[in-house]
Design a protein around this ligand. Structure first.
Ligand code: GLU
Length: 490
């Protein structure tokens, strides 16, 4: 029975790297009809951020991931917060102490710093020199009452192999490891120790996590062996890099799940995209649901090289979800984004003819995100208060005021306000005036929306409706006249 876990440290928000690790664990559990465990690794209180664990759980839930066991849902292997398992770590440490596999180290941070500096100057990697490894009983007594950490007694010589399911065997010479700390001077276990006790006690069969933890794995394997625990399988998932192949960071744009939500990236699109960051389905299909991915998900198909994050592709995927989800569903989701713009679609400043769903239909072909969609729809619900300056320059020329005024009069009278009828009307007016339609269409768009680009003009006009369209054209006629009269600024 497969049991996997996602084990975040609550030190911030849920980022795409963590979300992807969670996702791969979740998909693997689902594929194997196994169990997905959520464990909060909160033993490093100095780094803990209040509310972070809850925010991370909320982030995972928003992406559609459910865990079978965890701090909120419980389970047979709890508690699932490390801060509530301290007695168990103590017990495991005592077992190692009894067998002299760990020892107290009284070196102060300052002393260790001096050693590290010297190593650095000699061009050597930082390594604990074993100062307290062989303290006699007398040495110990002399140090009684001083703070100490517990260190693991690394086997002398030899190497530890990590049989990684993704990378194959990776060998770590013990000469490059050192007697690492397992318990801090405040009595708290370090990550490498607590994780081993928990992965064993929670009967984890597969440890699937980011590659940045690969160098921890030999230490953990040594601890599994020292504690007499059988080893789980390990699978280290390649990193996610920025497009320039540097480490992904804030400067590359949004990277947290909450930020994507604020931008109006749909959770369906985000999980779909994240799943493809390092994995590909056998059918090479790019668009799929979590369920579909779970059916196909195997560790063999995780790629061996770093995945490159590409926000453009994410937005492109999102745009397709926006086009293809049921319109009623999109309408519900775009509401908060309209609210953020100060628009209440139920009590608009201007009442369009179109329903919210029709408004979604109008703009969704050209929307990348929900925020973008709301921006594009906003003209329907509130008056135009400014015009795109480049558009003014181009389309509010000397004849514009007269054209806009004339269009307003004709639109007031046209019996049918459907896109087809409006299209025919514009054609006949252009013919009467002996000008191209574009000369009427561009200023009309600017008058109705304040913008130079957007949905098809006749569709948007029909959606806006006769009353608002006519009023905006009249107003724009006056504005265009004023703008034409004003001395032009260079
Ligand atoms: N708490 C660790 C982290 O957030 C988890 C590492 C692991 O999965 O073993 O990076």
């Amino acid at each position: 029975m497969v049991r996997v876990r996602y084990a975040p440290s609550p030190t911030g928000t849920l980022h795409i790297g963590g979300a992807r690790t969670a996702l791969f664990n979740y998909l693997y559990a689902r594929h194997e009809a196994g169990t997905f465990v959520l464990r909060i690794e909160d033993t490093d209180q100095a780094r803990e951020v209040a509310g972070s664990a809850e925010a991370m759980m909320e982030g995972l839930r928003s992406l559609g991931m459910k865990w079978d066991e965890g701090p909120d849902v419980g389970g047979a292997y709890g508690p699932y917060r490390q801060s509530q398992r301290l007695a168990r770590y103590r017990e495991a440490l005592d077992a190692l102490r009894a067998r002299d596999l760990v020892y107290p180290c009284f070196c102060t941070p300052e002393e260790l710093q001096v050693v590290r500096k010297a190593q650095q100057q000699a061009g050597k990697p930082p390594r604990y020199p074993g100062t307290c490894r062989h303290l006699s009983a007398q040495d110990m007594r002399a140090r009684q009452g001083r703070p100490f950490v517990l260190r693991f007694r690394l086997p002398e010589g030899g190497a530890t192999m990590v049989e990684d399911l993704i990378r194959g065997p990776v060998r770590f010479e013990h000469a490059v490891l050192d007697d690492f700390v397992v318990r801090k001077s405040d009595g708290m276990p370090v990550y490498n120790f607590a994780v081993v006790v928990d992965d064993h006690d929670m009967a984890i069969t597969h440890v699937i996590r980011g590659e940045e933890h690969l160098s921890n794995t030999p230490k953990q394997i040594l601890l599994f062996e020292a504690l007499g625990f059988p080893l789980p399988a390990f699978a280290h998932v390649p990193m996610i890099l920025a497009p320039d192949r540097s480490k992904l960071s804030k400067r590359h744009g949004a990277t947290s799940v909450a930020e994507y939500r604020e931008l109006g990236i749909l959770p369906e699109a985000l999980v779909n995209y994240l799943t493809l960051l390092g994995w590909s389905p056998p059918d090479q299909e790019e668009f799929f649901t979590l369920d579909h991915a779970a059916k196909a998900f195997t560790l063999e198909r995780i790629q061996h090289t770093a995945a490159v994050y590409d926000q453009k592709k994410l937005e492109w995927m999102n745009a397709r979800y926006l086009r293809e989800l049921p319109v009623a569903d999109v309408a519900v989701r775009v509401r908060p984004f309209l609210t953020a713009l100060g628009i209440d679609p139920d009590r608009p400043q201007e009442r369009p003819e179109a329903t919210l769903e029709e408004a979604v239909e109008l703009v969704r072909e050209r929307s990348r995100t929900l925020a973008d969609m709301a921006e594009q729809m906003a003209f329907l619900y509130r008056p135009v208060t400014s015009y795109d300056p480049a558009g003014v320059k181009k389309h509010f020329g000397p004849d514009a005021a007269e054209h806009l005024q004339m269009l307003a009069e004709r639109l007031q009278r046209v019996p049918d306000f459907s896109p087809d009828a409006l299209n025919a009307l514009y054609q006949s007016i252009a013919d009467e005036l002996g000008i191209g339609r574009a000369i009427l269409i561009h200023p009309t768009r600017l008058a109705l929306t304040g913008r130079t680009v957007g949905p098809g003009l006749f569709e948007l006009m029909a959606a806006l409706g006769r009353t608002a369209s006519v009023a905006r054209l009249r107003r724009a006629a006056a504005d265009a006249q004023m703008l034409a009269a004003a001395p032009s600024t260079p």
